[in-house]
Design a protein around this ligand. Sequence first.
Ligand SMILES: [Fe+2]
Length: 351
Amino acid sequence: MSARRRLSSLRNQWDRNTLAASIRLWQGLPTRSFCCHLCLMHGAGRAYEAPTRRSPVKNRAGSWKGNRKPLSGFLAHHISIHKITFMNFSFIQITDHHLTESDTVLLDGFSTRHAFRSVLKHIAQNTGTNVDFIVSTGDIVENPTETAYQSFLHMVNARNASAKIPGPISVSTEGLLNLPMYLLPGNHDDRDNFFKYLFPKSVSANLMNAAFTHKDIQFICLDFGPHSKAKAHSETLDFLSRSLNVNLPSIVLMHHQLIKIGSRWLDEFIADDIHKFWNILSGHNVLGIFCGHIHTTYERIINNIPVFGLRSTACPFVMQDEPLACLLPPHYRLVTVQNGILSTQVFEVPL
Ligand SMILES: [Fe+2]
């Protein structure tokens, strides 16, 4: 197939997928899932913003209705990607489980363990058979005791708990069977116990910076420390810099958030010197950054890189200036890498 026909085929495929997803969004899915296609190739050399709820379909001239905005940098980004033969795959992000030691222990009256099980069950029944792995972006437990980590391993019937950082461990529970799960620590996770119980064959460290490669995509797991406020440790930044020298497209996974979302107490958690992080990423092929920590789902494009936050499987926070938790159904994010283009879909899990 010629390069022109291949590009046309890709474009038509994405047009169909995007149109179908947009119509589903417009109608409202029973599962209340929704799409955020950040990368759309349309026409010869033009990139557009994803259609919004106000602009779900094309007009007769073949253009998306509503505003369209060229995404500078994305075009070169994707053209360079399409020169590589990619294997397509999907994975799931979950985050901030704050699991207690037992089912009888609640967190402010909320059963984090029931919510976590419900999310895994929803994955097993709806998406799990089509994904290669799950990744948790931290705060596995609420209080990082030995019992809490042992209880987590028991909950997920973990096998291969002797894997090295960042996993995967093998999860078999709530209908899942031997699904690989990668684990990152959050600020609630004690690094000593995290290593000791989840990755006993890895050498314990104050920070867990690690990377793995899956189907020609490098996943870089970064640790901004065990405190609510992130710190851009030189060790973490050096690891990021070294990892990006590998000639593969990368996806960055981390616990702490990178961007302000308009809540004073949460926005203060961003590392003071976060500009160093962005400087290192500049010029590299990063498909997306996935974060947790602030228990909230959001999507932004920063420096031409899609940044995704995700609601916790535990209690989310109210978006206001003072701390306040609330009751909302958990989210998880299905991420698909197809022909080097990343798209995501968020699922809401009724409790
Ligand atoms: Fe958390």
